[in-house]
Design a protein around this ligand. Structure first.
Ligand SMILES: [Zn+2]
Length: 212
């Protein structure tokens, strides 16, 4: 394992950092925490144990996830790349899992290039998936630039990240009704706390980034 392919998320408190490996397809696979028998990676915060991808997603987006699932668009349970996660209803997730169970092929850069060409000819993601024995979600992740973007050059537009550039790293946390500063440079993710006003959060962020 090459050290340059590792990323770290500082959890804070006396919790251990989350370490992940950055994979060729863009997945961030957890290496610091273990999975339960169902294959879900867990993190213990205080007295509660959480699914690590779900916990991070909540931290990042501030979305109230009650009654919602956070699922992997990349079909990789180890993955904690925010760009590969989205929230949805439980029904969405079950439909996804049914498809996922049919998946038994491995995607390679050559297959990725072929998928892009076929998609340009107008073939549906389902047809393409059937051709390569992979599921539709995997195909749509590729054609939308969620995964393998370094091969395809497709830039993913995340519908959940609507923050304007001047508010980068600042998220409104609905649960606490505060402005949260979350630094994420692709390698290190670090929370700098929650603030009552947006102005305070901007000052904290700018101080960290040395912008005056
Ligand atoms: Zn992923």
């Amino acid at each position: 394992m090459n050290e340059t392919n590792l990323g770290k998320i500082v959890v804070g408190g006396n919790h251990k950092d989350i370490i992940y490996e950055i994979m060729p397809n863009g997945c961030h696979e957890v290496t610091s925490h273990a999975a339960n028998p169902h294959g879900y990676y867990k993190i213990r915060i205080g007295k509660k144990t959480h699914d690590i991808h779900r916990w991070l997603y909540q931290q990042e987006t501030g979305i109230d996830l009650k009654g919602l699932d956070v699922r992997h668009k990349c079909d990789n349970n180890k993955c904690i790349n925010m760009q590969h996660l989205e929230h949805g209803t439980r029904k969405d997730n079950v439909n996804d899992m049914v498809e996922r169970n049919r998946q038994y092929s491995i995607v390679t850069p050559d297959i990725v290039k072929e998928i892009i060409q076929l998609h340009k000819t107008g073939l549906t993601t389902i047809d393409i998936g059937n051709r390569f024995n992979i599921n539709r979600t995997t195909v749509s992740s590729i054609v939308n630039g969620v995964t393998w973007s370094h091969i395809t050059g497709i830039k993913y537009a995340n519908k959940h990240r609507k923050s304007t550039p001047h508010l980068r790293y600042i998220i409104f946390d609905k649960a606490t009704q505060k402005w949260r500063v979350m630094i994420d440079d692709g390698k290190i993710r670090k929370s700098l706390g929650r603030y009552i006003t947006q102005e305070e959060a901007i000052i904290v962020r700018d101080r960290y980034l040395n912008i005056s």
